[in-house]
Design a binder for this molecule. Structure first.
Ligand SMILES: [Zn+2]
Length: 148
């Protein structure tokens, strides 16, 4: 757990995302994108361990990943009305494996869809992000209406 890794710092609680921890099963953690966020509901899904490649996941971590991505996608569709939910793994600026799970709503202009969404200004209000993060956390805890 390198001291200078932003993902590890967030996992330790040194850095707090709007709305706090959304999900933590001991292997994977979900938090809102750190403030200032690009769009409300932009989530970061990452292993608790400092892992630099999906190839380094344990069998247990790997087994949890797919179902968790499915559940996050479903909850973002329900909570944000997104037309698309992107799942993007780059790990360039922060090398700790992390997925950006991004609700792309209808009002996002055509020129800012796909990879261009990363170029939008980070102007989502923190309070809006915190509120949606708490709703997502509640829905994940209830999860009776989510895919298994
Ligand atoms: Zn790390």
């Amino acid at each position: 757990m390198p001291a200078d890794c932003l993902a590890c710092r967030a996992n330790r609680g040194d850095v707090t995302a709007p709305g706090g921890v959304i999900y933590d099963d001991g292997l994977w953690r979900v938090e809102h994108q750190l403030a200032p966020a690009v769009v409300p509901g932009w989530l970061i899904l990452k292993p608790l361990r400092h892992v630099r490649s999906l190839a380094e996941l344990s069998p247990h971590e790997a087994a949890e990943l797919g179902p968790l991505l499915v559940r996050l996608t479903a909850v973002l569709e329900m909570e944000t009305g997104a037309e698309r939910v992107y799942s993007v793994l780059l790990a360039e600026a922060v090398t700790h494996v992390h997925f950006h799970v991004i609700p792309r709503r209808a009002e996002i202009p055509a020129g800012a869809r796909g990879p261009a969404i990363f170029s939008l200004p980070a102007s989502a209000p923190d309070a809006t992000c915190a509120a949606i993060a708490r709703r997502i956390a509640d829905r994940l805890r209830a999860h009776h209406d989510l895919p298994a």
